[in-house]
Ligand binder design. Structure first.
Ligand SMILES: Nc1ncnc2c1ncn2[C@@H]1O[C@H](COP(=O)(O)OP(=O)(O)O)[C@@H](O)[C@H]1O
Ligand SMILES: [Mg+2]
Length: 325
């Protein structure tokens, strides 16, 4: 964990000096989108230099195993996705930088995406849960922007699930309904098709969103309330993923923080991998460490270092082929 430790420490000292500057300037600064880098803790433990890997620009080799089947069937059951409701979405574009045409944030999410492709070449990976130790570290921000970035790649089909049934916020970023959602499905009050939604085609023809959104299907949080812990332990979540998997290239699940509640640890058991988010200048190293140990029964893919000013060993690449999708 030494690399994560160093990076978090560095981010904290940068944030402190930033704060000192802000205090002397008074007017409020807009929050900028920080650097995001994937870190693989196994590499860190072995002392490898690749903990914060250079972004990989080569396209991953796609294996047929991960292609979306044209006639998917699981145990004789199939989902008719043409029955999924399309609704009007009104997205919060400033919170969805992965939808910009180009720029640093697009590059950073693309770099994270490349790391994920690389991991998928090593072992099967389709369902990824995004979590962190505590609230406000950027789980929902990373999960949603990662889903958009994945959907931007070769028209990949992506299912985004708001698995935080207590403080569900993804519907706010996407500007759509929050009900019915995952909690309703897990409680047996709604079917998979009833909780899925897709955006109606957008009017603005030029935006990246127009190209990306048809690839996105969303399941909102629904309201789990005090039942969220029980619901997250339901075998229906694993069934949902098994039913949906053949229709999607990627399934991204946002979740609650792992230290205060057990929901994310429960959901993670049904996922292929877990991405942990640590926020520069906010997440303390012991919190990141404890979050990881809560998930030891799952396949932790690594840390996404969110909102740091500068990522160690990742630099000078923002201009690289920025127009490429
Ligand atoms: N890299 C970032 N740049 C700018 N704002 C961010 C970034 N990451 C998170 N935020 C903002 O911080 C707040 C908390 O993020 P959120 O993703 O909701 O946290 P969590 O899901 O972990 O509780 C949100 O307002 C979000 O837009
Ligand atoms: Mg959240």
């Amino acid at each position: 964990m030494s690399r994560i430790y160093e990076a978090l420490q560095k981010a904290e000292s940068e944030r402190k000096s930033e704060r000192r500057e802000e205090e002397s300037q008074t007017p409020e600064q807009p929050v900028s989108v920080g650097t995001i880098a994937a870190a693989i803790d196994e590499a860190e433990e072995s002392g490898s230099e690749s903990a914060f890997a250079e972004p990989i620009f080569a396209e991953p080799i796609f294996s047929e195993t991960y292609r979306v089947s044209s006639t998917p069937r699981i145990g004789g059951e199939s989902l008719d996705l043409s029955k999924v409701a399309t609704r009007q979405w009104s997205m919060s574009l400033e919170q969805l930088p992965a939808l910009q045409e180009r720029g640093p944030a697009v590059e950073q999410f693309r770099s994270l995406r490349s790391r994920i492709f690389e991991l998928r070449d090593i072992s099967p990976l389709k369902t990824i849960l995004v979590t962190s130790g505590l609230p406000q570290e950027g789980k929902s921000f990373v999960a949603t922007n990662l889903a958009l970035s994945l959907a931007r790649h070769k028209n990949s089909k992506v299912l985004l699930i708001d698995g935080d049934m207590r403080r569900y916020t993804l519907h706010q970023l996407l500007g759509c309904e929050s009900h019915p959602g995952l909690a309703d499905y897990l409680a047996g009050k709604a079917t998979i098709l009833e909780v899925m939604q897709r955006p109606e085609p957008l009017q603005s023809a030029s935006s990246a969103a127009t190209a990306v959104l048809p690839n996105l299907t969303f399941i909102a949080g629904g309201n789990g309330g005090d039942k969220a812990a029980d619901l997250s332990g339901s075998p229906r979540f694993g069934e949902l993923l098994r039913m949906a998997a053949p229709y999607f290239d990627w399934i991204i699940v946002d979740s609650s923080p792992v230290l205060p509640v057990s929901d994310a640890v429960n959901l993670a058991r049904s996922c292929d991998g877990v991405l942990l988010v640590a926020r520069g200048g906010v997440t303390k190293f012991p919190v990141a460490q404890r979050a990881q140990s809560e998930l030891k029964a799952s396949n932790v893919l690594g840390f996404v270092l969110n909102a740091v000013l500068e990522t160690p060993e990742v630099g000078g690449y923002y201009g690289y082929d920025a127009a490429k999708k």
